[in-house]
Structure formats: C-alpha cells, structure tokens
Design a protein around this ligand. Structure first.
Ligand code: C5P
Length: 297
C-alpha cells in the first residue's frame, strides 16, 4: 500500500524581519501565500527508511536523514512508538533552496502521508506541532491558502483572500542557504535599531479584497537586501521582470527565486516569455494562488 500527498510551494507577499533573538532565530511577520507549484510525496511500506527523488533539481536534494521528509517520518514514528521503515519518494517540482519552501513542503507531505499509511490518526493540532518542530515554514505547507506567520513564522493565523493572484517565478542558478541569508541580514543590520516586525494593514486589506494593484504596491521582503548582497545578479532579474510588464517583483523568502506579481494569466505568460528571453535567470514558471495545503491524492 502507498499514499501520495501533494504539497504546494509558497511565496512571501510580506516578510518583515525583527532583530536576532537569543536563540538565533528572528521574530517575523510573514505573510504566506500558497501557489500552484507542487511536490508530490509518496510513502510505501519498506524494510528500512529510504528516500528517493526525481525532478529537474533532484540532484541537489539530500537523500539521507537530513532530508525534512525523512525527519518527518522519524518524528511521527518516534511519537507513536512504531518503526519508521518506509520508502519516501519525492517527485520534486518546487525549486531546491529557492526560497519557496520546497523542503518544508516535503516535510509536511511526508508527515501527512505517513500518518495516513500508518493509521496513526494524529490530530490537526499534533500535526501542526510536529511541523513546527521540523522547521519554521513547515506548518504553512500543511495548511496552505494564505496565512500570517508570527514567532519564527510557525504560529499561523489564516487570512482571507478575495481572489486569485497570478505570479511568474524566475529560478536562479544554484540555491541560497536560508541561515546564510539571515546571517547577512544580521551583518547588514549591525548598529541599526530594528523595530518589531508587523504585517502591513494595507497589504492584508489588498489580499482580502483580491486587489492586485494595491497588493503590488505593498509587497515587501526585509530579507531582499541580504539576498541581493549575496547574489547581486538578482537585481538584473528584478529589473527584467519589471521591464517585461510585471506589476511588482521581489525576492521570494530568502531567495534566490524572484517572484513577479502580474495582472492575470495572460500577463503571466507574456512576462514569463520576456523573462526567459532576458537571459537573467535559469528558468521561469507561472503559478497562481491561493491553493490548498498538503492534500492526500
Ligand atoms: O526553521 P528553519 O529550520 O526552517 O530555519 C532555518 C534557518 O533559518 C534557521 O536555522 C535560522 O538560521 C534561520 N531562521 C531565522 N529566523 C526565522 C526562521 C529561520 O533566523 N524566523
């Protein structure tokens, strides 16, 4: 028997970052939107815990116990006193180390898949707790839709969204390490008084109304200067997307994927084509959101 779970990528429409906390994490006001780019995680009974992966970026995915999907299986098995012997296969379509929560998606997907395969019947609350233990963005991969994440991003409040937003994503060559981007944020912030992070009321209202033009004017990412500092060429990609007619562009999460908000599906195709032709990125994808979180298929 096997179970397959489909899990979406995310884009941060706002990522407000506070000063480093004593535990090294940063308090965030993180407005997540789940978009229709997916990884599929399939779990099958096996003699031992094993991870395989296919997809364009599969070569960059660790297949050992550092993989978030393997950690999810070990965590759930440990909690329920059972063997984690399971084959986890990840059909990966979300860019790796791209700032789109691809690893988090696999963690949430494996958790939901193992819970169904093993019949552990964990409550939604237990699943959310286990997700938060796996990583700051993992709870959002479970719930999907749109949500405001506070704390280190793991405490979620669902948000109302009054429409569908269309995006173009430009994938860069290679990934960026999230801890390295936060360290660069800290370096750039040295000697600066950083206010507590808060979500923008205008941005939340634009999401609730489905107002793409106001949303475009309110997108923000406090990690963007750090990502640009580590990868200056991203400025060219941002410029190319704006020149191609995107309403706004920003680095997605810790990058290096850049995300461009566009008027509609037709504009998405046109901007994607122009971005691909600009030669400022490795590949381009279009996707719309919000979409549901981890779902058994
Ligand atoms: O929670 P997660 O394991 O995904 O975080 C990866 C790294 O990103 C952390 O080790 C930390 O360096 C950084 N981080 C942070 N503040 C957050 C979330 C992540 O500094 N709120």
């Amino acid at each position: 028997m096997s179970v397959t779970v489909r899990v979406p990528a995310k884009v941060n429409v706002q990522l407000a970052v506070g000063a480093a906390r004593p535990d090294g994490f940063h308090d965030l006001a993180n407005v997540f939107l789940a978009v229709g780019l997916y990884d599929e995680v399939t779990v099958t009974e096996a003699d031992e815990l094993r991870v395989t992966c296919t997809g364009p970026d599969a070569g960059q995915v660790p297949l050992d116990r550092t993989n978030l999907a393997a950690r999810a299986a070990l965590l759930l098995a440990g909690r329920h006193g059972r063997s984690p012997a399971v084959h986890i296969h990840i059909a990966k379509d979300i860019p790796v180390a791209g700032g789109m929560a691809g690893g988090s998606a696999d963690g949430a997907g494996a958790l939901v898949a193992c819970d169904a395969l093993w019949g552990t019947n964990a409550s939604r609350e237990e699943l959310l707790d286990l997700c938060a233990e796996l990583g700051s963005d993992v709870p959002f991969s479970l719930v999907g839709g749109a949500a405001l994440g506070t704390g280190r991003g793991e405490r979620l409040r669902p948000l109302e969204v009054g429409g569908t937003f269309h995006w173009v994503f430009a994938m860069a060559d290679g990934g960026l390490s999230t801890p390295a981007v936060f360290r660069e944020f800290d370096r750039l912030a040295e000697g600066v008084d950083i206010p507590g992070p808060t979500a923008s009321d205008d941005l939340l209202a634009a999401l609730a109304k489905g107002d793409v033009h106001t949303l475009a004017g309110t997108l923000s990412n406090d990690l963007q200067p750090a990502a640009l500092s580590l990868r200056p060429s991203l400025a060219d990609t941002l410029e190319a997307g704006r020149a191609a007619g995107a309403l706004a562009g920003l680095v997605s999460g810790s990058g290096p994927t850049t995300a461009f908000l566009v008027e509609d599906a037709e504009a998405a195709s046109a901007v994607a084509k122009a971005l691909q032709a600009s030669g400022t990125c490795r590949s381009v994808r279009t996707a719309a959101g919000p979409v549901p979180g981890a779902t058994v298929i």
